[in-house]
Write a protein that binds this ligand. Structure first.
Ligand code: SF4
Length: 473
């Protein structure tokens, strides 16, 4: 049986099988008379723990037997053949993440206000989510079963929070003893099995910077290409992080870090042919330094960690601006029909520009975090100059978390409401990332509908691609 080291959701996790949530019409699943709430517990006699297991056990198999538990307790063995790669047309329950056994001194959970959404207090650390979504794990509480599973099912790449290869420092940062913090054997085993790793360093001034950082980067780079890349992201402290062991990241600290890491990057590029160690965008922005070029980031191996997002945005926006016909067409359409629809949500009747009795004119305000605002403003200004538009960009202070938090993704409903009187134009656009992906609420629990009700103009939500699409249309 699969073993989980630490988890409060143990009953749910230990229940055998994976629950079907959807069966597509006219699919193989429907032909097999499978239905939502059925649980597939075995495939060809092998136990199934979650949909990753299901994928693994069925891959390439054409002769199959499913053992299925029906909601009424009945157990069926369903034998069937399928064409190679024929889709089952089944949807499954989500993986319930297992939780970490660390007490990291910088853990974001400690930086939450007490009334934050309960999901913000979940300390997930799960190798399955690392493989599926690029979530970082520390590997410090990984079980033998999980190690075997990574290797057997080729759950590669894995994303590992290393923080420091100096053991004392790592243990101090993770808040665990050195024997738990020591993952050197585990890393060696994964690397020997050709599992690719991406590493992360959460950089804490006066703890894992300077010589410790240099050692960490050199130790990791020695394993390139199996250790594919390393992200260095600065610790972000809210006003609730009052741990005296932590020092806030300053512009001078960022400039010093850039000087130090750039030297190593040069060395890595010469030796390995790649930059290998990438600093988070916040480091450049806080330092007031230029964002590196497209070449620096290669294929953006750490974009999921927010590393290289600004470069990627700038390049996409500059490409968009360099295509005058699209811009001109977009302008004519946008101003001509006075309807700056953005996101599919914007087309829903309850989100129409006339919802509060106003019509739009094609000019609006883009709300974003204080860190990204100057970058977005510089691009929107160029767009305005090219097209004659008068869009505005508004930097929204994060009053909910406070402290050093200035990224767009952590803005809350209350933060947006606090600046509603500064909205210029006939509509407002907020970053899509501020809304929970499976439910229209913000991090502070305010519903998106509530925000729309309290805003003086219609509100739209877009991501970066959506923003460009919106301007193009
Ligand atoms: S690994 Fe550390 S930072 Fe991540 S959730 Fe656990 S305690 Fe928090």
């Amino acid at each position: 049986m699969y073993e989980f080291a630490v988890t409060p959701a143990i009953t749910q996790l230990r229940r055998p099988g994976v629950i079907i949530t959807e069966v597509e019409p006219e699919s193989l699943g429907e032909e097999l008379e499978l239905a939502p709430n059925d649980r597939i517990v075995r495939v060809n006699g092998r136990p199934v723990r979650d949909y990753l297991d299901f994928r693994f056990q069925t891959a390439g198999e054409t002769e199959l037997t499913f053992q299925v538990k029906k909601p009424n307790g009945e157990t069926l063995d369903i034998e069937f053949d399928r064409d190679e790669d024929e889709d089952f047309g089944l949807g499954f329950e989500q993986i319930v993440p297992r939780q970490c056994a660390n007490e990291c001194i910088f853990c974001f959970c400690k930086g939450n206000p007490e009334d934050a959404r309960p999901s913000l207090f979940v300390r997930d650390e799960d190798i399955r989510l690392s493989f599926l979504y690029g979530n970082y794990t520390t590997l410090s509480s990984i079980t033998e079963d999980e190690m075997k599973r990574i290797i057997e099912q080729r759950l590669s790449p894995q994303y590992v929070s290393v923080h420091a290869t100096d053991l004392k420092t790592r243990a101090y940062l993770l808040g665990v003893d050195e024997s738990r913090a020591d993952i050197s054997d585990k890393l060696e085993r994964l690397l020997a099995a050709d599992i690719e790793l991406h590493a992360q360093v959460v950089l804490c001034p006066e703890i894992n910077d300077g010589a410790i950082l240099e050692k960490t980067l050199r130790d990791l780079a020695a394993h390139y290409p199996k250790v594919v890349s390393t992200a260095i992201v600065p610790v972000a402290l809210t006003r609730y992080n009052t741990d005296e062991r932590l020092t806030r990241v300053t512009p001078e600290f960022c400039r010093r870090t850039i000087r130090q890491v750039e030297k190593l990057q040069k060395e890595f590029r010469k030796k390995l042919g790649v930059t290998f160690a990438f600093m988070g965008d916040e480091i450049y922005l806080k330092a007031g330094a230029e964002i590196p070029s497209r070449r620096h980031y290669g294929n953006y191996p750490q974009i999921e960690d927010g590393v290289g997002m600004i470069r990627s945005f700038l390049n996409a926006f500059e490409k968009f601006l360099s295509e005058p016909p699209a811009v001109a067409g977009g302008l004519t359409r946008q101003l001509g029909n006075s309807d700056p629809r953005t996101h599919p949500v914007a087309h829903k009747p309850d989100n129409q520009p006339s919802a509060n009795g106003q019509r739009t004119t094609g000019n609006g305000t883009f709300l974003t975090g204080e860190m990204f605002a100057p970058i977005l403003r510089s691009q929107i200004d160029k767009y305005n100059a090219l097209t004659g538009s008068r869009h505005a960009v508004l930097a929204v202070p994060n009053t909910y978390f406070g402290g050093d938090v200035s990224v767009a993704g952590l803005l809350t409903g209350k933060d947006f409401l606090a600046v509603r009187d500064l909205i210029d134009g006939d509509f407002a656009v907020i970053p899509k990332i501020t809304i929970k992906s499976d439910e229209p609420i913000f991090l502070d629990g305010m519903s998106y509908d509530e925000l729309k009700r309290q805003f003086p103009v219609p509100v739209y939500d877009v991501d970066i691609d959506g923003l460009i699409d919106m301007l193009q249309k």
